[in-house]
Design a protein. Structure first.
Length: 159
């Protein structure tokens, strides 16, 4: 079932707003989040409640960054590394999504996505995906990720 980008991606929506076939819907969704997650003025680390949740659920920012980087770098073929809010457990999780598939946790909301498709990095990084993923950390717009985190927590668990 296709929900359109705003319904499928994030409680704060996306810029796409179109109804698409399921495989295109998921792709539109993740790309919309990806571009909004990045900023030329990004980098550093989150603060506030998002930083506290990362510490609680991953032990440290370094632990979290290691898990998301590993998920992104090791996806077979093309796919995504995703930091998501899992509403039933009320926790942050890292997910690895392959191709256009929606193999994210049931009801989880993507907060930060790293695009591991070759089209995202090949011209600049050739086939050295790890260098590309390492560079993404300097572009993360933590204000956007924090807004997604706050909105996802506000929606509560869904079954």
């Amino acid at each position: 079932m296709s929900h359109g980008c705003a319904a499928a991606c994030s409680p704060i929506g996306s810029r796409c707003g179109r109804r698409l076939p399921p495989h295109r819907d998921r792709l539109c969704c993740k790309h919309s989040i990806f571009w909004n997650n990045l900023s030329p003025h990004g980098g550093d680390r989150p603060d506030g409640e998002l930083a506290a949740a990362i510490e609680e659920h991953f032990g440290s920012f370094e632990g979290f960054a290691g898990q998301l980087s590993a998920a992104t770098k090791s996806v077979q073929g093309s796919g995504w590394g995703v930091l998501a809010w899992e509403p039933l457990g009320q926790r942050l999780i890292v997910e690895q999504v392959y191709d256009h598939h929606g193999n994210v946790g049931q009801g989880s909301t993507p907060l930060l996505v790293f695009d591991a498709w070759e089209h995202a990095y090949y011209l600049q990084y050739r086939n050295v995906r790890p260098d590309y993923v390492d560079r993404l950390w300097g572009l993360v717009d933590w204000a956007d990720v924090t807004a997604r985190f706050d909105a996802a927590r506000a929606t509560g668990p869904t079954l």
